[in-house]
Design a protein around this ligand. Structure first.
Ligand SMILES: Nc1ncnc2c1ncn2[C@@H]1O[C@H](COP(=O)(O)OP(=O)(O)OP(=O)(O)O)[C@@H](O)[C@H]1O
Ligand SMILES: [Mg+2]
Length: 276
């Protein structure tokens, strides 16, 4: 028996540590059908307006794609929603009742906003199962998660997320040995362990093979409904393959919004992309 197994069996995690039990996010009020409200948001860096009177709304269960040229403000927009950057003005609400601008980054994550950065940050020396297990504990110390045993409910949850991300067959594989695409899915799985209501995903298919892109598209599409998902991506074929509603960001504002066909035929959008 490994040291890890030994440690796990020492305690029943669910009985010992209340705080590692699943969080209660039920207080997010989405009775108007919207999970995210971004209104009149602006932020400047050294006098340069990276975000300029930005307005958009995300519906509960929606999959929204955000496109826009380099420097349009897409990543900055995610920084603001997740509390990494404070805007100079405007408001950002999670449901009708949670004011994200009054919260810290960990509080925002805790409330149910998950963010996937471009570079996967998995625990390379641990296997897939263990990575998901550690993610379940959120920002608690890695050590505390291994002192406690999993309940059968927690075990089922990990198994179910492994199925969702298509990695059930390699539960015991070290994360460091995974392909780039598999690491990205694992990281999405780690976010799912926290049961986020809203998932923000920045350039998920950069560096992926076509096959991996297809699988990523299926994964993100399958997550919508139960979660609301905002995907920022440059790869237009990928966006076309998953998009329902697309928002085009340009110079920190929404330039156009609609179906992929609508935005691609929009004269202002064409000018912005041709002018790149
Ligand atoms: N912390 C910062 N300090 C100074 N300038 C910044 C900061 N963060 C972003 N910027 C600037 O704000 C603008 C928007 O950047 P952002 O990274 O949000 O664009 P983006 O749409 O994500 O672009 P890309 O498609 O290249 O990822 C850029 O001009 C960038 O240089
Ligand atoms: Mg970016």
């Amino acid at each position: 028996m490994s040291v890890l197994e030994n440690l796990r069996q020492t305690f029943r995690r669910d009985q010992v540590f209340d705080f590692v039990n699943k969080q209660d996010y039920s207080q997010v009020d989405t009775s108007h059908g919207l999970i995210l409200y971004v209104e009149d948001v602006s932020v400047s860096f050294d006098g340069f307006k990276a975000i300029n009177e930005l307005n958009f709304y995300i519906e509960v269960g929606e999959l929204r794609c955000m496109i826009g040229p380099n420097g349009a403000g897409k990543t900055t927009m995610m920084d603001i929603i997740t509390g990494k950057t404070s805007p100079d003005k405007g408001s950002v609400w999670f449901g009708q009742n949670i004011n994200l601008l009054k919260m810290t980054e960990p509080e925002i994550a805790q409330a149910g906003v998950g963010r996937k950065f471009q570079k996967p940050t998995v625990f390379e020396h641990h296997n897939i199962f263990e990575n998901l297990e550690m993610a379940m504990a959120g920002d608690k110390s890695v050590w505390s998660t291994f002192r406690a045993r999993l309940s059968s409910e927690q075990h089922d949850r990990i198994t179910s997320v492994m199925e969702t991300i298509g990695l059930s067959d390699c539960a015991k594989q070290r994360a460091g040995a995974l392909s780039h695409g598999q690491k990205q899915w694992l990281e999405i799985g780690m976010l799912l362990m926290q049961n986020p209501k809203l998932l923000l995903v920045d350039e998920p298919v950069a560096g992926m093979t076509h096959q991996e892109m297809d699988k990523t598209g299926e994964l993100l599409t399958s997550l919508a409904g139960e979660h609301s998902v905002v995907v920022v991506e440059h790869d237009m074929d990928f966006v076309r393959s998953i998009a329902k509603k697309v928002s085009v960001l340009h110079q920190g504002s929404i330039l156009a919004e609609g179906s992929m066909d609508e935005v691609q035929n929009n004269q202002r959008v064409i000018e912005v992309y041709l002018g790149e």
